[in-house]
Every structure is written in structure tokens, then in C-alpha cells.
Design a protein around this ligand. Structure first.
Ligand code: NI
Length: 163
């Protein structure tokens, strides 16, 4: 297990639609272990494969009591609306308020390739949506009005320059 380097905006892979996971083997299990290590090391609650430079439909999360690995994730149902702070390890965790559905039902495959569904509410639902977006080449800032998106990116660039 090891901590991988996190890719940051505007790296190209973050904007690409991920390729399906096809091999449910030891390599996938090792990759997911690395992704969890990388996520915990960065103190994140979710991490998708494009965030370590891989163009794959895969994410890991440990958020609000829900810990799971999701290969080939899809959001099959949403309900309601919530407005809350969101950030991303690939955008320096600069927070912004994003409107999302309150509930979301995730359909995905586990490490053995078995399909499962999991429904969540609130923060965990937000995480399902945020991470599934990553697999579609979409970042949380893509949900923001242009002015607020520009503000997040400006702050991100500034903080990067300080490091
Ligand atoms: Ni993210």
C-alpha cells in the first residue's frame, strides 16, 4: 500500500470521461488500497481514480459512516435538494456552496465485480454525487455559477503559489 500523488486542476485527466473497470483482480484491490491510503493521508472523505491520474470509473469513500469502493458507479435515483459546503482534493480543498440532491442512490460494482446499490442522504449523498462526477470528468466547480467558479480557482492558484 502506498500514498499516490494527487492530480490537481487543470490536469487533463480530471476532465476526461473514465473508462470502465473491467478486471476485478488483485491489481484492482491493490489500487483501491492505495486510493484509500491516499485519501486518508490527504484527510479527504472520497477519492476517484482520475485524482491519481488514472482514467478509470472508480472511487473510494469513507464519509459519514459509509465506507465503500465503487467501480463503474452510476447514480440511479435522486430526491430533494440540499445546499452545503463542498471541496475537492484536486482543487486544494477550497470550499464553495454547491446545490445537490438531498438523497442519492448509487449503483456500482465491488472488488469482486458484484453489483450493489446503496442509498444515502445529506453529506454521504453529496459524496456519492461528487465522486461519480469525477468518473464522468466533472469537478464540483462545474456546478458553480461562473463568478463563484472563478473565485474558487483564483484562491486555489494563490494557495498553490504560497506552498
Ligand atoms: Ni473531488
Amino acid at each position: 500500500m502506498s500514498v499516490r500523488k494527487i492530480t490537481e486542476y487543470p490536469e487533463e485527466v480530471l476532465g476526461q470521461v473514465g473508462k470502465p473497470v473491467e478486471n476485478f483482480d488483485d491489481g484492482l484491490a491493490e489500487l483501491c488500497a492505495d486510493m484509500l491510503d491516499t485519501m486518508y493521508d490527504a484527510e479527504g472523505v472520497g477519492l476517484a481514480a482520475p485524482q491519481i491520474g488514472l482514467n478509470l470509473r472508480l472511487f473510494v469513500m469513507d464519509c459519514d459512516g459509509i465506507k465503500l469502493i465503487a467501480a463503474n458507479p452510476e447514480i440511479v435515483y435522486t430526491e430533494g435538494e440540499q445546499s452545503g459546503q463542498e471541496g475537492c482534493l484536486s482543487v486544494g480543498k477550497v470550499p464553495a456552496v454547491v446545490v445537490r440532491p438531498m438523497k442519492a442512490r448509487l449503483k456500482a460494482q465491488d472488488l469482486k465485480g458484484e453489483w450493489f446499490e446503496h442509498e444515502a442522504e445529506g453529506y454521504a449523498a453529496r459524496c456519492f454525487l461528487h465522486e461519480t462526477d469525477h468518473c464522468d470528468g466533472k469537478l464540483f466547480i462545474d456546478h458553480l455559477p461562473k463568478l463563484r467558479r472563478d473565485m474558487v480557482l483564483k484562491r486555489f492558484r494563490k494557495e498553490k503559489n504560497w506552498k
